[in-house]
Ligand binder design. Structure first.
Ligand SMILES: Nc1ncnc2c1ncn2[C@@H]1O[C@H](COP(=O)(O)OP(=O)(O)OP(=O)(O)O)[C@@H](O)[C@H]1O
Ligand SMILES: [Mg+2]
Length: 362
């Protein structure tokens, strides 16, 4: 079994997957970056995972630490997960790879000394125990700025001594793992590289800064996003080949991050009810319109139809009038039909209010 149930996970561990696994293929392919970027990352990962033991004899040994920095939504976490899968594919004949995702917020504690103990337990007990079970281990730490807090700027915080000690424990722990467990690779991400401790960064074998996608990449992300929709609604497939429209749309998305670009598709599907009910009817106008509105809405237009004008023909037997529960006991449930004077709680959201709006838009 590849995925370990959450209840069986050690403290501070968000998830644990044994790779390679088919359903992890998508992440690497989803992130569109120049070829060199992926090659550099994969080479760095494989160098450490495959040859870490030999390289640990060098005086300048690798720490098995990669830092992915950059603005939100630029693909850092997805790329880190994809990297683990692709590295595990490369190594599959030598054995399995465990991908361990750490919750960086599980370690800081209000209790003096506790943060440090938590970090030390993770790096000197939890990770070594898990790493001992399989030949290769990739540890993903998102938001690493809250794990390796920059000591030089933490001096005015509530508990500076504790923050210092926790970061010291991270550094000591990383050094220990580098020496004793050279086939463990840490892949970490951050939006705030200036908040990550300098000594932690100096241990990184690679600090890669992710940038917002350029115009050409935006076009590719849009085509990939439409292509994914076309898997479910094949009528959309021709749109992925309309380079003219793709480039017109991409022009409207300049300066957006990858997450926002992918979300544009969802916004376009939700511009009109017809499309939301049948995504196969999506048009370029929906996409271009959603992009002009930046995924939001123009606060304009005439009166909206009422609920029953919108959906007049839902049969009575599909209505669930008596199929709900309320915190407050509502006697109306006992006699739903003969209730001339609504119980006081009826006005607290039981849906039985007889109130009519003075300016009914009908
Ligand atoms: N360059 C890209 N190409 C294709 N898709 C991208 C790209 N960058 C981001 N995305 C998409 O945006 C979404 C968010 O990506 P992800 O969560 O990996 O970003 P992140 O950099 O970790 O963001 P954060 O810093 O907020 O955690 C994903 O669905 C991903 O596929
Ligand atoms: Mg992330």
């Amino acid at each position: 079994m590849a995925d370990i149930p959450r209840s069986a996970l050690p403290p501070g561990v968000l998830s644990m997957h044994v790779l390679p696994a088919d359903h992890h293929d998508r992440d690497w392919d989803a992130i569109i970056v120049p070829r060199e970027v992926k090659e550099r990352l994969l080479s760095q990962a494989l160098l450490v995972l495959e040859h870490g033991r030999k390289l640990s004899m060098l005086s300048g040994l690798p720490h098995g630490l990669i830092v992915l920095a950059g603005p939100p939504g630029t693909g850092k976490t997805t790329m880190a997960r994809g990297l683990a899968q692709v590295a595990s594919l490369a190594l599959a004949r030598k054995g399995a790879t465990v991908l361990l995702e750490i919750n960086p917020h599980a370690f800081p504690s209000d209790m003096l000394g506790e943060s440090q103990r938590n970090v030390t337990r993770l790096l000197t007990e939890t990770i070594p125990e898990i790493a001992a079970r399989r030949p290769f281990t990739v540890v993903l730490i998102d938001e690493v700025e809250s794990f390796a807090v920059r000591r030089s700027s933490a001096s005015f915080e509530a508990n500076p001594v504790d923050v210092h000690r926790a970061t010291d424990a991270v550094l000591l722990g990383i050094d220990e793992v580098a020496k004793n467990l050279p086939s463990v690779l840490f892949v970490t991400t951050t939006n705030f590289i200036e908040a990550v401790d300098e000594a932690f960064l100096s241990r990184a074998d690679l600090v890669m800064t992710f940038a917002l996608p350029d115009r050409e990449t935006i076009e590719k992300i849009l085509a990939s996003a439409i292509g994914e929709l076309a898997v479910q609604w094949p009528a959309l497939l021709p749109m992925t080949r309309d380079t003219g429209k793709l480039s017109e749309l991409a022009a409207l998305c300049e300066g957006w991050d990858g997450r926002r670009i992918r979300k544009l598709l969802l916004a376009a599907l939700a511009q009109r009810l017809e499309v939301a009910r049948n995504p196969a009817t999506l048009t370029w106008d929906d996409l271009l319109g959603a992009a002009r509105k930046k995924g939001g809405v123009e606060w304009a237009g005439g009166a909206a139809p009422t609920s029953r004008e919108l959906f007049p023909d839902v049969p009575k037997e599909l209505m669930h009038d008596h199929d709900h529960g309320h915190g407050v006991h509502d006697h109306a449930h006992d006699h739903p039909h003969d209730h001339p004077h609504p119980h006081p709680s009826a006005s607290l959201g039981t849906g039985r209010s007889t109130h009519t709006h003075p300016k009914d838009p009908k």
